[in-house]
Design a protein around this ligand. Structure first.
Ligand code: ZN
Length: 131
């Protein structure tokens, strides 16, 4: 078993590709078959899996999320980032990926993303690999 922590400096709202870091944690673990959990310990950020080939997909997802979760004058949260909290919970704080033969079982077009909804911030995420 292994638990790795990674830092990420975000510049703005966006999706940051972290598949390579997750794969490196898996290689370091030496585990061939099991589960890999990627967890985000923040309330205005998230982890998701989606298309890694066409960057327009990320653009469109961010646009769609902002349409679904716009800033609203009725929001009470004094920090003023309630839409970021909503996006964070909608996308989720973790993903689990199957590990087989020492590889992450991801589809051809899938990548793992750290989703920033309230940047710029210094963020972290955890990767846990278990047999
Ligand atoms: Zn807040």
């Amino acid at each position: 078993m292994i638990l790795k922590q990674y830092s990420i400096n975000t510049s703005a709202e966006g999706f940051y590709a972290i598949t390579e870091q997750v794969q490196s944690a898996l290689v370091e673990s030496g585990i061939q078959d099991g589960l890999c959990v990627v967890f985000c310990p923040h309330t205005t950020a998230a982890i998701t899996i989606n298309e890694n080939a066409d960057p327009d997909v990320v653009h469109d997802m961010l646009l769609g999320l902002s349409k679904v979760f716009p800033d609203r004058p009725e929001f009470r949260h004094a920090e003023g980032n309630s839409s970021a909290h909503l996006k964070s919970s909608a996308m989720g704080s973790s993903v689990t990926v199957i590990v087989s033969k020492g590889r992450l079982v991801l589809g051809t077009w899938q990548g793992i993303y750290f989703c920033e909804f309230d940047g710029p911030r210094t963020r972290k995420f955890f990767v846990r690999v278990s047999p």
